[in-house]
Design a protein around this ligand. Structure first.
Ligand SMILES: [Zn+2]
Ligand SMILES: [Zn+2]
Length: 72
């Protein structure tokens, strides 16, 4: 990988780190998704922690909406 500016702080990096998720170059300080407010961070969080909860929450909303629609 060639030299690039850290996409977060703009510091020039001879050996930039590439984020595994958004593929942008970053300095050592900002290479982690948490450190550069990665655009993919919300998706990563969903995968790591609350995937089941999020999906269940969504399907619950749809479930209740269906019930309410029936009463209209
Ligand atoms: Zn940086
Ligand atoms: Zn990223």
């Amino acid at each position: 990988m060639k030299a690039a500016k850290c996409a977060y702080c703009g510091e020039m990096q001879d050996m930039p780190f590439e984020c595994n998720y958004c593929k942008d170059p970053f300095c050592a300080e900002h290479r982690l998704p948490e450190e550069h407010r990665c655009v993919k961070l919300s998706q990563i969080r969903v995968k790591r922690f609350g995937e089941r909860r999020v999906i269940r929450g969504k399907s619950n909303a749809g479930f209740f909406k269906k019930i309410f629609d029936r009463f209209r």
